[in-house]
Structure formats: structure tokens, C-alpha cells
Design a protein around this ligand. Structure first.
Ligand SMILES: [Fe+2]
Length: 263
């Protein structure tokens, strides 16, 4: 994995992280901009979680504030981690209902897009849905399976996570909505994902496990759930035997051009 120049901020003895004015301003601007795109695009369960979290508009929230809401809703909490963590650590945390949050925020130069998940992505993108029982259960199950999986199996499992938790769409009575945190924390992809441009197909776990993705482009394909509660059913499937099938069948043809090598 590529390195990062971001460093997670450390709390003081009282557990409080003191962000600079500029860091709080970046949070505030990201939040205001993204809130304007959510109506009619984000799914109701996400918006409900956002209401419960009641995130501050003028400063980066402290993790304890978020934890108080998550613990009451689903027994989840956040875990403060460095900017990048290993797969092993990631799965250990999820298996223990802890959602890793790196306590740094993107710089102004990377305001629109950055590859490392920052605190805006983790809290604004993912934490609202961690108040939802189906999403929370699926994420917990994924953590437990990933912890027990081999490195090769983990690579397959990661694709399912990508096409659900990060980039999932869901069909609702009001129309197509977004639940993936990778989309909901990105203004560009929030509009693009529901536009005519990308391909959208009904969720097939086996196909999602076999679909290659790139982290540095808008997704050419999204998988759509019929209902957010389908995440409960997916968690109850024998996912590891589906991973085995996916390994035997191999990957689908990528729908994106190969990444240009930087020389
Ligand atoms: Fe994420």
C-alpha cells in the first residue's frame, strides 16, 4: 500500500483532540457542501442516522460524541487509528464492533478527493449507517469473516465491502438512493452515481466478489440492493463458500482502463 503524508492527531490527557481553526473550517465546509447534495439522494436510513448523530457544523466532532450515539443504537463505537492500518488490524476492530477512524482531515489541496480515508469520510460517510441494525450487523459479520480469512480470501471479501459499505446503492419506493459511505462523502460521486453515466446492476454477491475496482476513479459499476435490510440476508449467506466459488471462477473483465504507470 502506498504511504501517506497525513498524520492522525493525538488526544490530550482528557481524550480531547485539539484541531486547528483551519482543520475545523475544512470540516465545516465539507459538511455544508455535502449536506446540500443529500436530499433525494441519500437513503432514509442514512439521513435518520445523521439526525441521530447531530454532527457539529462548525468543528470536527470528538469521537466520544459519536460513540455515545452509536453505542446506544447498535453497540458500535469508533476506534482512533493512525492514517493507514493493516488489513489484520482493520478486521480485528470490525469483528469487535469498532469502526476505525483516522483522526486527521484532508488538506485544502485535496478538498475534493483524497485516497486515504480521513475523519470526514469515516464519520460523515459511514457512522450514520452504523446506527442502522442491518448495516451494523453486516459490517460486524464482514469483520469476523475477514479476521478468519486467508490473505487471498480477504482480497475477494474486500470487493464485497467495496460494493456495499463503500459504494452501495439501494432501491426504495422513492427511487434509487445511496447508502455507500465512499459515495456519500464525495460530492462528485454523489451526483455521478445516480446519473445516467455508470452501470447499475442488482446486487449479486458472487458477481460483486468477482468485480475488480479502482480506488482512484469514479466507479463504472454499482451494485443495487432491493432493500437495505437485504444486508441482514447477505450476512447470513455462506459468504466464504461464495468466496471459494468466486476464486474458482476468477475475476470479471474490468470496466475501466488499466491504471497508467507513473514513470
Ligand atoms: Fe470507507
Amino acid at each position: 500500500m502506498k504511504g501517506t503524508s497525513y498524520v492522525a492527531r493525538q488526544p490530550d490527557e482528557q481524550g480531547i483532540i485539539h484541531y486547528s481553526e483551519e482543520e475545523n473550517r475544512i470540516w465545516s465546509e465539507l459538511l455544508a457542501r455535502q449536506m446540500s447534495w443529500l436530499p433525494g439522494r441519500a437513503c432514509d436510513q442514512y439521513l435518520e442516522g445523521l439526525r441521530k448523530l447531530n454532527l457539529p457544523a462548525d468543528r470536527i466532532p470528538q469521537l466520544a460524541e459519536v460513540d455515545a450515539v452509536l453505542e446506544q443504537a447498535t453497540g458500535w463505537r469508533t476506534a482512533q487509528v493512525p492514517a493507514l492500518i493493516s488489513f489484520q488490524h482493520f478486521f480485528e476492530l470490525l469483528a469487535d464492533k469498532q469502526f476505525p477512524v483516522a483522526t486527521f482531515i484532508r488538506s485544502r489541496e485535496e478538498f475534493d478527493y483524497l485516497q486515504e480515508p480521513d475523519i470526514f469520510h469515516e464519520i460523515f460517510g459511514h457512522c450514520p449507517l452504523l446506527t442502522n441494525p442491518a448495516f451494523a450487523h453486516f459490517t460486524h459479520t464482514y469483520g469476523k469473516l475477514g479476521l478468519a480469512a486467508s490473505p487471498k480470501e480477504r482480497v475477494f471479501l474486500a470487493r464485497l465491502y467495496w460494493f456495499t459499505v463503500e459504494f452501495g446503492l439501494v432501491q426504495t419506493e422513492q427511487g434509487l438512493r445511496i447508502y455507500g459511505g465512499g459515495i456519500l462523502s464525495s460530492p462528485g460521486e454523489t451526483r455521478y452515481a445516480l446519473s445516467d453515466e455508470p452501470e447499475r446492476v442488482t446486487m449479486s454477491v458472487l458477481d460483486a466478489l468477482r468485480t475488480p475496482y479502482r480506488i482512484d476513479i469514479m466507479q463504472p459499476i454499482y451494485y443495487v440492493l432491493n432493500h437495505l435490510d437485504d444486508l441482514f440476508d447477505i450476512a447470513e449467506l455462506d459468504l466464504m463458500s461464495l468466496v471459494k466459488q468466486a476464486q474458482e471462477l476468477g475475476l470479471h473483465e474490468p470496466k475501466f482502463p488499466p491504471k497508467q504507470k507513473v514513470s
